[in-house]
Design a binder for this molecule. Structure first.
Ligand code: PLP
Length: 414
């Protein structure tokens, strides 16, 4: 409480927008209205500058070199690991594994932990609202091992049915892997309760944190999750870098994911001795530049404060919801009591794709389609939605532009 009060302040959105060069551009002659932040956020100048500084000042491969550039690059790369440890409140820096993104983090766990720990008849629980990245790796594992994939149902607001979840848990459950915040609806799932119940049943929990990391305070120790994955590009950082957090003893007990340089201590033709954590899971030359620049993204978030970001985005969601609901024939998909940063909708008689194309002709970027959550779209019996998703630099005026644009689209097509 004290922490929250002390950091709450009004943020200057105009000043924040100045930090994002891309927000100055025009699209189709209109000022860009970028409302596709759940797909990827734009990057502040500090992140772009960190990339340039690395390539123009100390580009070198890391860990192995003894020359100055290699030492500087290694220090900057490892400084990001410390920053991520702090960002997630992980107990140890060895628990932070750099990946390409959320997808690779989940695949790493499915491959390394899954192939060691899942057997015939074991059960893995996911939910109806999962992104394909948190469905396909487990489905593939289940097919390979003869295990069973169980799915937590939802209600028509797009909230998990927690009683049904508890009924799915049994002595056969080995893993529960759920999305923290739904990318299609913005639902914030009660992950603490999910984790506690899973642990009581003897299962471990993986969180898909792709949509949570930019908006919610992440404290993996308080959550007590076993694995947590997120992507740098959804939190104002570069593409091609992400993080897998894993509890140390789990990561230590797991076999390797990929073999190659960096993840070894000693190799002979008879035997390889693997490296210690976290390097055991970081085979080959990593994405050095983008990992270094990820630290600038974390600093950008830290400087504003998650609490302030959340407060601003909540206002945007409330305002957008109210304005969109006034449009005849428009229905919002995902009306959970606890939701953030996303407003998804369908309009009677108009395909989401057409809405996206026509909004783009006015410089407004929204995402349309199934958002890599086809089973969720099937559940709602719709082909897809149009989705406006918000970041800290979005404004009420941009929502007005969206609403105006939609009125024009409907006039043209309905
Ligand atoms: N999970 C969720 C909830 C997502 O929204 C996304 C991306 O949209 C992913 C996983 C996959 O993230 P990435 O493509 O960065 O690996």
């Amino acid at each position: 409480m004290i922490k929250t009060e002390s950091i709450q302040r009004n943020i200057d959105i105009d000043a924040i927008r100045q930090d994002f060069p891309i927000l100055k551009r025009k699209v189709k002659g209109f000022p860009l209205v970028y409302l596709d932040n759940a797909a990827t956020t734009q990057k502040p100048a500090s992140v772009i500058q960190a990339l340039t500084e690395y390539y123009s000042g100390f580009n070198a491969n890391i860990h192995r070199g003894i020359h100055t550039l290699a030492e500087e690059a290694t220090a900057a790369f490892e400084a990001t690991r410390d920053a991520v440890q702090h960002f997630m409140n992980a107990e140890a820096r060895e628990e932070i594994i750099f990946t390409r993104g959320t997808t690779e983090g989940i695949n790493l766990v499915a491959y390394a932990w899954g192939r060691q720990n899942i057997d015939v008849g074991d059960e893995i629980i996911i939910s109806t609202m999962e992104h394909h990245s948190n469905i396909v790796p487990w489905q593939h594992l289940c097919e390979e091992k003869g295990a069973i994939l169980k799915v937590i149902p939802i209600n028509d607001k797009g909230e998990l049915l927690m009683e049904e979840y508890e009924k799915l848990l049994s002595g056969k459950t080995r893993l529960v892997s759920v999305v923290y915040v739904s990318n299609s609806m913005g639902t914030v799932n009660p992950v603490k309760r999910i984790i506690d119940k899973a642990h009581q049943a003897g299962a471990i929990v993986m969180l898909d944190g792709a949509q949570a990391a930019a908006h919610l305070d992440i404290d993996v120790q308080e959550l007590d999750c076993d694995f947590f994955a997120f992507s740098g590009h959804k939190i104002y950082g570069p593409t091609g870098v992400g993080v897998l957090y894993g509890k140390k003893q789990l990561l230590e007990s797991m076999p390797i994911f990929q073999g190659g340089g960096e993840m070894i201590k000693d190799v002979s033709f008879e035997k390889t001795i693997y490296n210690d954590l976290p390097y055991k899971f970081e085979a080959g030359t990593p994405n050095i530049a983008d990992t270094i620049a990820l630290k600038a993204a974390l600093e950008f978030i830290d400087n504003i404060g998650k609490e302030n970001i959340r407060r601003h985005e909540d206002k945007l969601v409330t305002y957008a919801t109210g304005e969109l609901e006034k449009i005849p024939g428009l229905r919002i998909i995902g009306t959970a009591t606890d939701k953030i940063s996303v407003v998804s909708f369908v309009v009677d008689g108009i395909h989401p794709q057409d809405i996206g194309i026509l909004l783009d002709s006015r410089g407004i970027a929204v995402r349309t389609g199934h958002h890599c959550t086809q089973p969720l779209m099937d559940w709602f019996c719709i082909p897809g939605t149009s989705r406006a998703s918000f970041a800290v630099y979005n404004t009420m005026d941009e929502i007005d532009e969206l609403v105006l644009g939609l009125h024009k689209v409907i006039k043209m097509l309905a």
